[in-house]
Ligand binder design. Structure first.
Ligand SMILES: CC(C)(COP(=O)(O)OP(=O)(O)OC[C@H]1O[C@@H](n2cnc3c(N)ncnc32)[C@H](O)[C@@H]1OP(=O)(O)O)[C@@H](O)C(=O)NCCC(=O)NCCS
Length: 219
């Protein structure tokens, strides 16, 4: 599998490459615990992964996928004239390696990979509003807030709000926001926010059933 070059952390012993099957048992970096089936799915086509490796150990991962778009997202994408988007599924650095620039390097790499290999114009993500460190981190890296989604995450039976953030990946494709398109996109963002609030319960039920079915299926 091809290694990924990185401009960041040049001169250190850290290398960046896609996640491999053998890495999966080692990846327990996040506040949310994902099962092995989650990571196995990330190795399939349509997903992009970057692992930071130091002395043979995985010290950080970033994973992304093409964004599955809802009807309203498609309408919004029409207004801002974009057609290929990605979504950051996870980003995490091992606790003892934080604040050394590794998260920034991983984010830089995954953005480069989805822009170059996936030909995506943007990368979006959700982050818990309470996770100030991560919100600051993403905003420092040029992400902007699309909206706040209420009770987006359910973690150990507790519900948490999330910010929906987005970063545009190149200046050429940055949307030109005329007053009309700004007004239209604000309207669509309002509709999306109302829609996501109203459909929260059915969507949670659907994803829970899907998750339970996947856990039951033999791999
Ligand atoms: C968010 C995370 C990936 C950042 O990784 P990292 O390697 O520590 O980040 P960096 O060293 O590249 O930090 C870059 C900048 O982000 C900001 N930042 C990072 N961690 C921060 C913290 N705990 N508090 C405040 N700002 C923070 C700072 O501005 C920092 O620059 P500085 O160190 O020069 O002040 C890491 O804290 C992490 O793995 N957290 C747990 C998982 C998680 O919350 N993931 C994101 C939600 S999906």
């Amino acid at each position: 599998m091809e290694d990924i070059e990185s401009d960041a952390l040049l001169g250190s012993d850290i290398i960046f490459r896609p996640i491999q099957l053998a890495d999966i048992p080692e990846i327990h970096l996040f506040p949310v615990t994902y099962g092995d089936s989650f990571y196995k799915r990330l190795l399939k086509p349509g997903f992009f992964t970057v692992a930071a490796i130091s002395k043979g150990q995985v010290i950080g991962v970033a994973t992304a996928r093409y964004e599955q778009r809802s009807y309203f997202d498609k309408a919004l994408s029409y207004v801002i004239q974009r057609n290929r988007h990605s979504y950051l599924c996870t980003l995490g650095v091992r606790q003892d390696f934080r604040r050394k620039g590794i998260g920034s390097a991983l984010l830089q790499e995954i953005c480069r990979v989805v822009a170059k290999r996936g030909r995506c114009h943007s990368i979006a993500l959700h982050v818990k509003t309470e996770n100030r460190a991560a919100v600051d981190f993403y905003e420092k890296h040029g992400f902007i807030r699309l909206c706040r989604e209420y009770q987006f995450y359910e973690i150990r039976n507790q519900l948490w709000d999330a910010f929906h953030l987005i970063k545009y990946l190149d200046d050429i494709n940055r949307p030109h926001m005329s007053p009309l398109s700004l007004m239209l996109s604000s309207f669509f963002i309002m509709i999306i926010t109302i829609w996501s609030t109203l459909t929260f319960v059915p969507r949670r039920l659907y994803s829970r059933v899907q998750y339970l079915l996947e856990e039951e299926l033999p791999t």
